[in-house]
Design a protein around this ligand. Structure first.
Ligand code: TYD
Ligand code: MG
Length: 462
């Protein structure tokens, strides 16, 4: 019998090696390699009938090839998961044969989200919920407490993938949930559940099943402290969509964010609130992170950012203070660190404010991450406000990208952002000149600016 082939895979990043070694060369993690057994694949018999010597050994009839334009597109109807925020993140709904990985910290609400979704979905489609972590009683108690329709959802408490697929083959569900992939195991793989080889092989088998039977498979996966998916990164390569359910512990809001999507855009954000009776969709989340005190303070300013297809109002806070250090601190939470350093340089050169002897802290309130450049002008203004100890008006929003030569550049969807701010009671907006709306927006005074100095004058005029 031929010797079984093995490889060594890093638990942290998924890179593989032929030999064991103490440190992973790719991610530098120590003692993270574990052995996996590769399933032996027979090498195809070679037929040397080709005339062209370059293709010796590759002859044979051409099968399975068709022109891209001939591929049948009619049979990919999406269907709704029943939760519109979930659909939005998936790019419009579930796709038959699609494999979706739902990641999140323990306690984020993955099981709750899927249980709710499946109970409602089961009213129209056949659905199977496989729980490997909780007992059937626990799940049923939760469903009852949340007041979900419980009669149509099929439940299975099982961790053996072969057994699950046997059941699924008979039941033929349209949607199947695996909660969670980390507790699943295959008979043929000799390592503990949760190890790289088990997770990888189990996911591969489930993915193949999804593609062959056109079943939607939703995999639950736990993430490590630093936010990466626990165990093999390879999971992310295998699945069609990967979404992350996040939320800080002290906040009841949970955001569902697409990380990878083969069927749609990834910049969509779904927002839920975790209440006593389960996760509720937040249909109009633009101001949920805006919870300002009634006493305006220096260094605080609101900016409208764009998340996927909708605006979100967030508060920026800056604190600028004399630094006792030779190399003053620049600390950011939710904002790019290098971008702040760059903006401070622009502020010095074009705004005439030197911060090289000051510690600068910049925080985005509510645990939101701002990756857009539209918050540049607001960040600079918050810094200036804190430095000069000048309180900015409560009804002011500021947006605009700041270029290295001190110019204020337009932002995408400027008009919609201004309208959204107006809806939430803001009455003054300082925006890039190119974003000035053609028609006046009711209740909103818009000031268009082109240069940083001009913008600071407009913001700190009174
Ligand atoms: P759960 O779905 O079990 O998390 P995961 O599967 O991601 O580990 O959610 C658990 C948390 O949600 C739990 O700690 C309590 C909270 N929760 C509520 O606040 N309200 C509810 O109605 C439910 C069901 C859970
Ligand atoms: Mg769970």
């Amino acid at each position: 019998m031929a010797k079984a082939k093995t490889a060594f895979v890093c638990n942290e990043c998924g890179s593989d090696y032929a030999k064991w070694q103490g440190q992973c060369q790719a991610c530098k993690a120590w003692n993270s390699l574990s052995e996996i057994r590769l399933t032996s694949s027979k090498t195809p018999a070679r037929v040397s009938a080709s005339q062209d010597p370059r293709y010796q050994g590759y002859a044979g009839a051409i099968t399975g090839i068709q022109s891209l334009s001939d591929v049948d597109l009619t049979d990919v109807p999406r269907f709704s998961s029943g939760a519109s925020e979930f659909d939005r993140v998936l790019g419009g709904g579930l796709v038959p044969g699609g494999v979706v990985l739902i990641g999140g910290h323990p306690g984020a609400g993955k099981s709750t989200l899927l249980l709710q979704t499946m109970c409602w979905l089961a009213q129209q489609q056949s659905a199977l919920y496989v729980t490997g972590e909780e007992s059937l009683q626990q799940v049923a108690m939760r469903a009852q407490r949340l007041g979900l329709p419980m009669d149509n959802l099929k439940m299975l408490s099982e961790t053996n993938v072969e057994a699950i697929l046997n059941t699924a083959q008979q039941l033929k569900p349209k949607v199947m949930v695996i909660d969670s992939i980390q507790v699943m195991h295959l008979d043929g793989v000799e390592s503990a559940p949760g190890s790289v080889s088990q997770v990888r092989e189990s996911a591969a088998v489930l993915t193949r099943f999804a593609k062959q039977t056109q079943t939607v498979v939703l995999l639950v996966g736990h993430v490590t402290k630093d936010g990466s998916l626990a165990g093999p990164k390879v999971l992310e390569h295998m699945v069609d969509c990967s979404v992350l359910l996040e939320g800080s512990e002290d906040s009841r809001f949970r955001t569902l964010r697409g990380m990878k999507n083969r069927f749609g855009a990834v910049n969509e954000l779904g927002v839920f609130a975790m209440l006593e009776n389960g996760l509720k969709e937040v249909k109009n989340p633009s101001s949920i992170f805006l919870n300002r005190s009634n006493h305006p303070t220096a260094g605080s300013l609101v900016v409208v950012i764009w998340e996927g297809t909708r605006p979100l109002l967030v508060e920026l806070q800056a604190l600028v203070d004399d630094s006792p250090l030779g190399n003053p601190r620049r600390v950011t939470v939710g904002f790019d660190h290098n971008r702040l350093a760059m903006l401070l340089a622009v502020l010095h050169k074009h705004g005439g404010l030197l911060t090289s002897d000051q510690d600068v802290y910049l925080n985005v309130v509510g645990g939101v991450k701002v990756s857009e450049t539209s918050a540049d002008l607001a960040a600079i203004s918050a810094v200036v406000s804190s430095f000069r100890d000048r309180v900015l008006p409560h009804d002011l929003v500021v947006m605009g990208e700041v270029g290295l030569s001190g110019e204020i550049r337009p932002v995408a969807s400027g008009q919609e952002r201004i309208s959204e701010a107006a809806k939430h009671g803001f009455t003054r907006a300082v925006v890039p000149k190119a974003n000035c709306p053609k028609k006046p927006i009711k209740g909103m005074t818009v000031i268009g600016v082109e240069r940083l100095s001009e913008a600071l004058d407009a913001i700190f005029e009174n």
